[in-house]
Write a protein that binds this ligand. Structure first.
Ligand code: FMN
Length: 479
């Protein structure tokens, strides 16, 4: 990856360093200096808007829970196939992108979706290009998460198999994180896909993930303009040819016209013109611990804001959740262990827990590296995804970020299935090569904190009935 152009340049210019606050742009004309982060006056809407009058399918609000343990799904155990009808499609969409919680402050509602999103910015949209789904006409539909409904925005595509298309809206996350929001779109696509795939797997729908696809075709299919909205990934139900060939124009909908030129360039640098193979299905694990159903675990999941550093997690929880989260994943991972029974504190290169790269208490160092966020010190263990930049091209960079998000999402589900808590975590890029003993070529992707929760979040609500929650503020060192 060339650090002077495309995704490499974006990575370099959006890297956090200790001597510059995270919300201060780097001194380079290629990033925007004219935007005020978190400005209430420019806050983007949480959802895309479409004109009235488009055909709408209201999805059933009773979700057909197949009752499969979350741990069985994460372990890759195959579930009996259920028909893909409106209710099942709605369940899959809801367990990834549905509105499960909300806060209300100053008369303004903020929605929280089923899958986590860095800074709760939720910059993604999901479209379903349907084929033969009982109760849903063949066509291209936008998932209206607030209404739990499908809005038809385009005619039926060519191709045989119903396919979900994930897109990202840079401004929705860039409003707070500026150009670094490019990374966030892919992280969040990963967490969302971890839940969409798990929901589909638990209904035996054989989801197939593709991260290589013809970008222009997908933009045309869903009406994304390639500046304010970008296609990120495809998830197809079954082995058929994905239904992604546009047969007519899509209604484009409305998004605020704010562009980050560096993001547009990074995205374009990785464009492809042909459809790639789906990710291979990884082998199932030989065993899995008992747990509640996936649907229950997804609704219970939230990002744990406070972890109890005086309590530890069992070694089996670390080993099983890492093994399950990394099924089929080749990106290197490290684990900083703070409080795990029978694993001495220190830094480990997964899967080797026998020989620490560094032994000792790393809580203070992790807290500093995670911008003084105490979750990184209070967690029982912190998982670090990173890969050599020189092994990536512009497309590979996108896929690496998405993969790290997918692992974060699976770690999250595993934690909540096993009674632990988790949170995604950002970091000072410049500090990680020294932490893990690698060269400066290492591109750090994402951190995940897993630990003992200090409180239990209220379970999320059902479609159309998000539960109202109070925001809990995480601890910041020295604050
Ligand atoms: C990729 C990713 C990165 C995150 N980074 C941080 C972080 O640096 N600090 C933090 O406190 N929470 C972090 N979070 C947690 C989000 O703030 C949280 O997911 C969001 O507020 C939505 O809340 P929920 O997960 O409880 O639904 C991150 C989440 C994700 C998915």
């Amino acid at each position: 990856m060339d650090l002077d152009s495309g995704a490499g340049l974006l990575h370099r210019l959006t890297s956090y360093v200790p001597d510059r606050e995270w919300d201060v742009p780097v001194d380079d004309p290629r990033v925007r200096h004219d935007l005020v982060p978190n400005d209430p006056g420019t806050r983007p809407p949480q959802l895309k808007a479409y004109p009235d009058g488009l055909p709408v399918v209201t999805l059933p609000r009773d979700l057909p829970d197949p009752g499969v343990p979350a741990t069985a799904v994460l372990a890759g155990v195959e579930s009996p196939a259920r028909p893909l009808d409106a209710a099942q499609l709605g369940r899959v969409l809801f367990l990834g992108a549905g509105v499960v919680r909300m806060t209300e402050r100053d008369g303004r509602r903020h929605f929280y979706r089923a899958a986590g999103s860095a800074g709760a910015r939720f910059p993604l949209e999901v479209y379903a290009s349907t084929r033969g789904v009982a109760g849903v006409p063949d066509g291209v539909h936008w998932y209206d998460a607030a209404a739990h409904a499908l809005v038809q925005i385009g005619p039926a595509a060519t191709g045989a198999a119903t396919t979900l298309v994930l897109t990202g809206v840079p401004w929705r996350t860039g409003w707070r994180y500026a150009e670094r929001g490019f990374r966030h779109m892919y992280w969040d696509a990963g967490t969302l896909l971890s839940q969409l795939s798990a929901a589909a797997d638990s209904a035996g729908l054989a989801p197939r993930l593709r991260t290589d696809f013809p970008d222009a075709t997908l933009r045309d299919l869903v009406g994304a303009d390639g500046v304010h909205e970008h296609p990120l990934a495809l998830l197809t139900f079954g082995a058929g040819e994905p239904a992604i060939g546009p047969t007519g124009p899509a209604t484009t909908g409305t998004l605020p016209p704010v562009e980050f030129p560096l993001v547009t360039t990074a995205q374009r640098a990785g464009e492809r013109t042909v459809l790639g193979e789906p990710w291979p299905r990884a082998a199932a694990l030989p065993d899995h611990p008992p747990s509640d159903s996936l649907d229950e675990v997804v609704l219970r999941r939230g990002s744990q804001r406070l972890m109890d550093r005086s309590r530890t997690l069992p070694r089996a929880a670390l080993e099983w959740s890492m093994t399950a989260a990394l099924r089929g994943v080749e990106i290197p991972h490290w684990v900083a262990v703070h409080g795990v029974d029978d694993v001495p504190p220190g830094l480990y290169r997964w899967p080797d827990l026998a020989t620490p790269l560094r032994a000792g208490n790393l809580r203070a160092e992790l807290e500093r590296i995670c911008l003084d966020q105490s979750l990184a010190a209070d967690a029982a263990f912190v998982v670090i995804a990173a890969t050599p930049a020189s092994t990536l091209d512009d497309r590979g960079y996108r896929t690496a970020q998405l993969t790290a998000g997918l692992v974060e999402g699976r770690l999250h589900l595993a934690a909540y299935a096993l009674g632990a808590g988790a949170s995604g975590m950002t970091f000072l890029d410049s500090e990680i090569p020294a932490l893990v003993g690698e060269s400066d070529d290492l591109a750090t992707l994402l951190f995940t904190c897993v630990g003992v929760p200090e409180y239990a979040s209220r379970a999320g609500g059902r479609p159309g009935a998000p539960v109202e929650v109070r925001q809990i503020t995480p601890r910041i060192a020295g604050a």
